[in-house]
Each structure stands twice: as C-alpha cells, then as structure tokens.
Design a protein around this ligand. Structure first.
Ligand code: PEP
Length: 247
C-alpha cells in the first residue's frame, strides 16, 4: 500500500500564494516517487484553486475542518456537502488546534466524522497527548478515550475511509518530534485497539515537527503508514524534500 504524505497548511496562504506553491512544487517534484500518496490541506479559500492546480495529477486535496450539519443558520460554518462540491476528497478532523482553540469535544468530532463519511469524504482523524499526560504515564488511556469516543458508531466499512494521525500535542510546531520508538509504541497500541474493539484496521500517520532530516526514522517503521506535516509543508522546496526523503 502507498504511504501517505499529507500537508496541513493551517491558516496560511492566499490564492496567489497557493498558485505559486504549486508552480514551485511542480518544478521540485517532476521526479517524485510514485510510492506515496500526496494530500494537501489548504485553507478553505484556496481549495478551489488547489483542486484546479492538481487536475490531471495524483495529488489529492482536502479541507481542514467541516461542520456536522448540512445547511442552515450556522454562521461561519462549512458543511461536508460544500467541501465535496468544490472537489476536495479529504477532511482533517480532531486536530489538537481545533480541540484547544475551538473547544471541539470528542462528541462534536464524532458527529463531524459521521457527516464527512456520509458525504464520501475520507477523514484524517487526529489524536495525541499533551506533555503532561505523557509525563504522567497516561498516553494509552488518553488515546483510547479519544478513539473510543471519536470513532463511536463507525462500521467496519467506514474504516476504509478513516486514516488516523498520531500527533503528540507537545511535538506540533515545536521543532521537537517524538523519538521514533515511542511513536511506534503508540501506533501499535492504536492498531491493537482498533482490532480488538472495532474489528478494523486503519492507516496510521505520525505528525509533529516532521522535517526532511527525521523523515526516515518514521517512514522506516512498518506500522507507520505516512506523515502529516504542518510547518515544513508550507514551502514547496521543503515539502518536496520530505517526499524525496521518504521514498
Ligand atoms: C500539524 O499541525 O498537524 C503538524 C504536524 O504541525 P508541524 O509539522 O508544524 O508540527
């Protein structure tokens, strides 16, 4: 199976910056290994442009969030139907920044996941512990709660469209990635939890301060199905370096 390299641009890039990214990326990536699936998550306002830029390529485009209702009086929200309508195929749900700054609970995330799947969006579902939780030796309990509640009610069939990203909160945007061995322990725990409790499996990504110089540590691990990259995906050059390094 192809490994996934996903780019979370967060709240970055205007339309013209998006165009210029793809212009540079095409130059960088003419020799890109066919071995991985590339998914880019621009802000909502750049999705249409990104979809256009990626026509006739294998690069997939996703949104960084969606709401759990289809339409109506929800000022400022964007539905899964709308995201599908503009050609995006994926959505990130459960990112720690959404949990922290927008008070998204496991229950809200669960509703969003159901809605996204109903609308044929594939979901990258993020889980991960704080530094405090890790210090207290409670990582597995924490992850178990996020998965149990976040993925509640999903069928075995649904799991074909779920990718889980393990992103320790303390590693996001800090330049301090987790060591590969510790990431592997959590990924193995998630795999076993899914098998025991949902009779299912899912591709599991690692995210948190991935750069070209630590890519190999993670991609070398059998159970890690790819990477979710934030800061280092904003420049076409550094994102292409990560892709090359992972090939
Ligand atoms: C992220 O926000 O999902 C992420 C992994 O960010 P960074 O790579 O910047 O740590």
């Amino acid at each position: 199976m192809k490994k996934i390299i996903a780019a979370n641009w967060k709240m970055n890039k205007t339309i013209s910056e998006t165009k210029s990214f793809f212009h540079n990326f095409r130059n960088q990536s003419s020799l890109l290994a066919e071995g991985c699936e590339i998914i880019i998550f621009p802000p909502f306002t750049s999705i249409v442009e990104a979809v256009r830029e990626c026509e006739n390529t294998d690069i997939k485009i996703g949104a960084q969030n969606c709401y759990y209702e289809s339409s109506g009086a929800f000022t400022g929200e964007i539905s899964a139907e709308m995201i599908r309508d503009i050609g995006a195929e994926y959505v990130i749900l459960g990112h720690s920044e959404r949990r922290k700054y927008f008070c998204e609970t496991d229950e809200i995330i669960n509703k969003k996941i159901h809605k996204a799947l109903k609308n044929s969006l594939k979901v990258i579902f993020c889980v991960g512990e704080s530094f405090e939780t890790r210090k207290n030796g409670k990582v597995n309990e924490w992850i178990e709660r996020q998965i149990k509640n976040g993925l509640k009610g999903l069928s075995k069939e649904n799991f074909k469209n779920i990718v889980i990203a393990y992103e320790p909160i303390w590693a996001i945007g800090t330049g301090k990635a987790i060591n590969a061995e510790s990431a592997d322990e959590v990924v193995k725990f998630i795999k076993k939890y899914l098998a025991d409790n949902f009779d299912s499996e899912s591709v599991i990504l690692y995210g948190g301060s991935v750069k070209s110089d630590n890519v190999r540590e993670f991609m070398g691990l059998e159970d890690i199905g790819g990477l979710l990259v934030g800061g280092a995906s904003l420049s076409a050059e550094s994102f292409a370096e990560i892709i090359f390094a992972s090939g």
